[in-house]
Design a protein around this ligand. Structure first.
Ligand code: ADP
Ligand code: XUL
Length: 508
């Protein structure tokens, strides 16, 4: 019995097939947007526009899906069910032709050529887009800050879907009027796989500032505050375990999927990673080191984070998860790596010898505007000119995770076990620094793409209707683990206080 998990992240589309019978990983493949689809002219998978806009292309996602499935076709006939993970918040806008176009997909042509005319907006604004502060202020004015937090689990945020929808309505009202369906990337791609308009799952739907966490339904007051006639454009909501349908004949005829293959609702990358990391029950915190860094954990059945410090999303295994997101993740680390002309292997070796870093003060680690703390860009790579590469890389990375810890403490005062995932989780120096800063055990999941793994596990769990523990013990295996070094505790505690003072100054 094999299951396919797809992960459409900021930079790539990956597929991972797991086999339940043998508890093994069958196949894995990645399409990198920038390298494999150069015609879209993206950098790291997206495009930076003016005024803090950042977007990607739904057409590129479709091309990536055709390329990926072509590459994995040998393994697809065995797949019993498929599900998808996608970067959260990003929205896709479709006109009245979408449903018919899905029904009549011809396997002799590609997806893009047949679905392009159904897009009422060529771009999809992604989670890095920061251009909607005015829209957030307008909606906060109408709804009230505490009210939106209590209803949706988050204050209005620039990257969340409501602010992006409102901006689209204000700046392209004709295209907004022609939009009949507004999807998240997860539900858009799921619709394509199932050949029919899919529901949005309630875990990813919680990242829109539009869903009421108490009822798991669209909140009429939040829809009203966002844009006119929005209720008519929103797909239905359903739990992540729901079935979107059988796979479309486009995929069975073209790539050899069984006609009986189930498509399970797609969800966001963070909810999927919670599952893939085996952290669906409270007690284990996860740090995901992808394009963004995120810190999250299951938080039982209480939906409300009344302090609004972070966000509450749905936990695909039931209940809720809380999350904080940092824009200064891998790309900021990579910028400094490139400045020193290093690769990750040599940087890792140097950092293992250097941490804790012997510089007197931590550095404000914000190479781009940060979400939490809400600090504008403070630092450029040229600020590291007096430090050699070992010191510079260590100083930036230590400060990133001291900053993360300062925020995380407000969510989860005590962390005993951290599971690491994402591209940078294979870096032993980063893992040890995190363990020493938190003074907690750090475990790295064997599969670094826990979002694709989580999607595959969700597909299997929904198809077999068996216990989560079966999937966790078979697939969320721990690879390396790191024990905290008690002798570093004091140095980091001191640096944490220094960093807090620097942050307060930057915020003043
Ligand atoms: P996303 O899912 O957001 O596309 P990934 O989880 O695939 O991102 O992570 C990609 C990032 O991982 C790259 O930007 C790269 O900087 C980082 N990365 C890969 N290997 C290492 C390493 N050994 N050390 C630190 N970072 C790494
Ligand atoms: C979470 C967030 C990012 C994206 C991209 O709120 O914005 O983690 O899901 O991975």
């Amino acid at each position: 019995m094999s299951y396919l998990g797809l992960d459409l992240s900021s930079q790539s589309l990956s597929g991972l097939i797991i086999d339940e019978t043998t508890s093994s990983f069958v196949a894995e493949h990645t399409i990198n947007f920038t390298k494999d689809l150069p015609e879209y002219k993206t950098e790291n998978g997206f495009v930076r526009g003016e005024n803090l806009q950042v977007h990607s292309y739904p057409a590129m996602f479709l091309d990536a899906l055709d390329l990926l499935l072509e590459a994995m076709r040998a393994h697809l006939p065995e797949v019993q069910a498929v599900s998808l993970s996608a970067q959260q918040h990003a929205s896709v806008y479709l006109n009245e032709g979408f449903e018919q176009a899905l029904k009549s997909l011809n396997p002799n042509q590609n997806l893009k050529s047949q679905l392009f005319s159904s897009l009422s907006r060529e771009i999809t604004p992604i989670w890095m887009d920061h251009s909607t502060t005015t829209e957030c202020e307008e909606m906060t004015q109408k709804v009230g800050e505490q009210n939106v937090i209590e209803r949706s689990g988050s204050p209005y945020c620039e990257r969340f879907t409501a602010a992006q929808i409102r901006k689209f309505y204000k700046t392209e009202s004709e295209n907004y009027d022609q939009t009949q369906h507004i999807h998240l990337v997860s539900s858009f791609m799921t619709s394509v796989l199932a050949g029919q308009n899919s529901s949005i799952d309630t875990s990813d739907g919680a990242g829109m500032n539009l869903m009421n966490l108490g009822t798991s339904q669209w909140d009429p007051e939040l829809l009203e505050a966002c844009a006119p006639n929005l209720a008519t454009k929103m797909p239905s909501l359903a739990p992540a375990s729901a079935t979107a349908g059988k796979i479309s004949t486009y995929f069975s005829e073209k790539y050899g999927f069984s006609k009986n293959c189930d498509v399970i609702l797609g969800s966001g990358d963070n909810p999927n990673s919670l599952i893939g990391c085996g952290a669906a029950e409270s007690g284990t915190a996860v740090i995901s080191l992808g394009t963004s860094d995120t810190f999250f954990s299951a938080n039982g059945s209480n939906p409300i984070d009344t302090k609004g410090l972070g966000h509450v999303f749905g936990n695909p295994a039931g209940g809720f998860m809380s999350l904080i997101c940092f824009r200064n993740g891998s790309l900021s680390r990579e910028e400094l790596l490139a400045h020193y002309g290093l690769d990750w292997q040599s940087a890792e070796e140097q950092m293992l010898k250097t941490a804790p870093c012997p510089i007197e003060e931590p550095i404000l680690p914000y190479l781009v505007d940060e979400v939490v703390p809400p600090v504008k860009t403070t630092t450029q790579v040229s600020d590291f000119k007096d430090m050699d590469s070992a010191k510079g890389m260590t100083a930036l990375i230590e400060s990133q995770f001291l900053s993360l810890q300062l925020q995380a403490r407000q969510h989860l005062p005590e962390v005993k076990l951290i599971r690491l995932t994402g591209g940078a989780s294979r870096n032993k120096a980063i893992a040890q620094i995190i363990s020493d800063i938190f003074q907690a055990k750090v475990e790295c999941i064997q599969v670094s793409n826990s979002a694709a793994l989580g999607a595959a596990m969700r597909a299997g769990n929904a198809h077999r209707k068996n216990d989560w523990s079966t999937w966790v013990s078979a697939f969320s295996q721990v690879g390396l683990s790191f024990e905290p070094n008690a002798s570093n505790a004091q140095a980091y505690a001191q640096k944490s206080e220094q960093l807090q003072r620097l942050i307060q100054k930057a915020l003043a």
